[in-house]
Design a protein around this ligand. Structure first.
Ligand code: MN3
Length: 205
């Protein structure tokens, strides 16, 4: 099989009540896994993409207008990236990343406020992102499976705002989920590694 479900980079009970083990069982074990299964099925009948990396499959599916393959491949990538964006230990941005955040948003608090507004305000399913667009830090959100990789932007941080990401632990309260993650569970060390692409490649396969 060309693609596989990557292991979580922490134990599924590492976040306590913030993100329950049950959420990981479903979100990683069922949803993420289903995208892997479906993408592998779609790739099986596509000779031209056999052996291609996930990022190359996403680009080709976009160019070919192959929506089912794009959606499933991009969802594998987005979820693999999202798991790395989370840390069971509370962190804060430091060094070059901190300076860039202060220059672009004024402070970490202002960045979190803007990211929270984007994530909460995004209508229906999708992902809120902190990206590097050329040399500029930007906040955006994309619908369904769409990914900054398909828009020539460097992803730095994402929050999954599909209901399946928060319904077990937060029911319909997306703002509580977004706030809990942004204030307690972001892997800022990983975000910093994405500035020069070191982290981003970890979601590829
Ligand atoms: Mn999800």
């Amino acid at each position: 099989m060309p693609f596989s479900l990557p292991d979580l980079p922490y134990a599924k009970d590492a976040f306590g009540d913030l993100i329950s083990a049950e959420t990981f069982d479903f979100h990683h074990g069922k949803h993420h896994n289903a995208y892997v299964t479906k993408a592998n099925e779609l790739i099986a009948s596509n000779e031209g993409l056999k052996g291609a990396k996930l990022s190359a499959v996403i680009a080709a599916a976009k160019d070919n207008g192959d929506k089912p393959l794009f959606n499933n491949a991009a969802q594998i990538w987005n979820h693999s990236f999202y798991w790395h964006c989370l840390s069971p230990e509370k962190q804060a941005p430091t060094g070059k990343l901190k300076t860039m955040i202060d220059d672009a948003f004024g402070s970490q608090a202002e960045l979190l406020k803007a990211l929270k507004a984007e994530a909460v305000g995004h209508f229906a399913s999708g992902w809120a992102w902190l990206v590097l667009d050329k040399d500029t830090l930007k906040i955006t959100s994309l619908h369904d499976a769409d990914t900054p990789l398909a828009h020539d932007m460097t992803p730095l941080l994402t929050i999954d705002v599909w209901e399946h990401a928060y319904y077990i632990d937060y029911r319909n309260a997306r703002p509580d989920y977004v706030t809990a993650l942004l204030e307690n569970a972001i892997n800022w060390e990983f975000v910093a590694q994405n500035l020069d692409g070191k982290g981003v490649s970890r979601a590829d396969q």
